[in-house]
Design a protein around this ligand. Structure first.
Ligand SMILES: NC(=O)c1ccc[n+]([C@@H]2O[C@H](COP(=O)([O-])OP(=O)(O)OC[C@H]3O[C@@H](n4cnc5c(N)ncnc54)[C@H](O)[C@@H]3O)[C@@H](O)[C@H]2O)c1
Ligand SMILES: O=C(O)[C@H](O)COP(=O)(O)O
Length: 529
């Protein structure tokens, strides 16, 4: 019998081939050569890539024998995970392989900026001896802001502890207790921008974080600010950064990641006081070995039909067909739940009511957590790592099962406590023969809206004319309201409205609506696939 073909599409550590072993026909292709890639894919059972190979829907369709896509690293920006899932192709990555290397590169950028190391090196090698031109600054007793206190942000904080600097962090999903354990003081984004001499960014690129650091944030910064981004391109608005550096609004920047990679023709290339590296966060022998070995093991497991702990798109175990339709609904409820929280979540109860509890519904707890973390951490939340993410954040998670459901045949609820003492909840169900996914409760208010890609949730004091006010604000901004539900417990008390809208809401509109209706809560929730 011919051996299954495993395609290596990018330069990987030699340890990868060793870890794959002798059972495969290992072939190499240049993943950036589209024609060669498409020609090689039909025979491949597995393909191993880094970030340069684009496995979009066309490439996945060409992989007619493909069973597993293995990303030797973290980011899945270059893989169409939805298309892979639809084609039944497992996607795996190596989520922790390169975190130390990325953290160390960020520290390298901070020190390089503080001491002009790249420019001084260039100057000294050119035969110059310019000592005063390269007078730098110490990190000692400065304020260093970390944006994103996840795996890499935490490693950066731990390593910076030795510099005797004040470390502050912005991460709305981290509890003050966790930050305190790291010797870090939590602050708002504005405070981090205002107070920091150095900032380093370690967050995923999501709808919420794209362009998060723009002109308005640089306007708040100290002129001494040096900012580093070794996370994802696009989180810093590159045009705003160019303006901020040119106008000396800030002192410098260190970038490892860009909106377009390589950033050919970008104004960033011609600036002083900016240090660029070509996406080198994971480029160490150690990280590459860890990533290569991890994905090689996953490929072996996947092709042997075993449960793969690092799979990002396939749930393990046998799931009863009665429970299966609840999985995507629960994932979406998880995303709504995270969108409703405006302070860190301290506990999560996943409640399942109705006859569905006769079956094993544990996967619904995993689905709720997967949805919850999807827009919070980097792109690759799996059924396996979602409970670990909760555990790492000290969030206790309970599965509550109740065979009786009063109004609906089956009802799925996610309920949680917040650090500010508030409680939030969202419930959903599947209705009719088409099993339409509906949200039927938010924060104790009864509603009935189909799950849509873009939701707006508002709480305000019930009074005449409010609907007309927000209706015209959305209308004036060209936002089409596809559906709406208003719910209240008593007349003249608090009311909650849920809108489904056809497109994401432009910057600034929610603030206008908030002011116009004096909203107590106003959230835009975008559900990703
Ligand atoms: N340059 C490289 O080569 C390289 C290497 C590895 C990872 N990365 C990137 O680094 C980033 C961080 O990776 P990680 O493993 O630490 O991820 P992580 O998921 O462990 O941590 C991300 C943190 O960001 C926080 N966060 C999410 N949304 C936020 C928001 N709107 N505002 C503030 N904080 C928010 C989360 O709470 C979480 O604590 C990712 O973008 C990853 O892709 C880059
Ligand atoms: O997502 C990642 O793992 C990093 O950005 C590194 O990407 P790379 O494997 O292409 O260096």
């Amino acid at each position: 019998m011919p051996k299954p073909v495993v395609l290596i599409a990018e330069e990987l550590s030699p340890a990868t081939v060793d870890a794959l072993g002798p059972d495969f026909d290992i072939r190499n292709v240049d993943g950036t050569d589209r024609e060669a890639l498409l020609a090689a894919l039909p025979e491949a059972s597995a393909i191993l890539i880094r970030s340069a190979t684009h496995l979009d829907a066309e490439a996945i369709a060409a992989g007619t024998s493909l069973k597993v896509i293995a990303r030797a690293g973290v980011g899945l920006d270059n893989v169409d995970v939805k298309a892979a899932t639809e084609a039944g192709v497992m996607v795996v990555n190596a989520p922790t392989s390169n975190v130390v290397s990325a953290a160390e590169l960020a520290i390298g950028h901070l020190l390089s900026l503080a001491r002009f190391i790249p420019d001084a090196n260039r100057s000294a090698k050119a035969g110059e001896w310019k000592r005063s031109a390269f007078t730098g600054t110490e990190l000692f007793e400065k304020t260093i802001g970390i944006i994103g206190l996840g795996r890499i942000g935490t490693l950066v904080a731990q390593r910076l502890a030795g510099f005797d600097a004040a470390i502050i962090a912005y991460d709305p999903y981290v509890t003050p207790t966790r930050a305190q354990q790291l010797g870090v003081q939590l602050a708002s984004l504005d405070e981090v921008m205002e107070r920091s001499d150095f900032i380093t960014i370690h967050i995923p690129r999501t709808v919420e974080t794209t362009g998060m650091i723009g002109a308005a944030q640089f306007a708040k910064a100290r002129p001494s600010l040096r900012i580093v981004n070794c996370s994802r391109g696009g989180i810093i608005d590159e045009d705003a950064l160019v303006d901020a550096i040119r106008s000396k609004r800030i002192a410098g920047a260190g970038l490892d990641v860009f909106v377009n990679e390589p950033p050919t023709g970008s104004a960033l290339l011609g600036l002083d006081n900016i240090i660029l590296t070509p996406h080198l966060g994971a480029s160490t022998a150690e990280a590459q070995e860890k990533a290569g070995v991890a994905v090689a093991r996953s490929v072996r497991l996947a092709l042997d039909g075993e449960l793969v702990p690092d799979a990002v798109n396939v749930a393990g175990g046998v799931i009863d067909p009665t429970v299966r339709p609840g999985i995507p609904l629960m994932e979406k409820l998880g995303q709504v739940f995270s969108g409703l929280a405006d302070s860190p979540v301290t506990s999560i109860d996943v409640e399942v009511r109705g006859e569905i509890v006769e079956f094993d519904v544990n996967v619904l707890k995993l689905a709720a957590l997967k949805g919850y973390f999807t827009n919070i951490v980097s792109e690759s939340v799996s059924y396996v790592n979602a409970p670990l993410l909760a555990e790492q954040r000290g969030i206790p998670v309970r599965l509550v099962k109740e065979p009786v459901s009063d109004e609906y045949r089956n009802l799925l609820t996610i309920r949680g406590g917040l650090a500010d003492g508030m409680e939030i909840s969202v419930s959903g169900t599947l209705t009719g023969t088409k099993q339409v996914e509906k949200i039927v409760e938010i924060n104790g208010y009864d509603v009935e809206v189909p799950v849509a890609d873009h939701l707006i949730v508002m709480v305000y004091t019930d009074r005449p004319g409010i609907v007309a006010i927000f209706g015209s604000e959305f209308g004036d901004a060209g936002i089409n309201i596809a559906g709406m539900q208003v719910s209240r417990k008593v007349a003249g008390g608090q009311a909650l409205s849920v809108l489904t809208v056809d497109s994401p809401v432009p910057d600034g509109l929610l603030d206008k609506v908030r002011t116009a209706i004096d909203a107590e809560l106003l959230r835009e929730i975008d559900i990703t696939a």
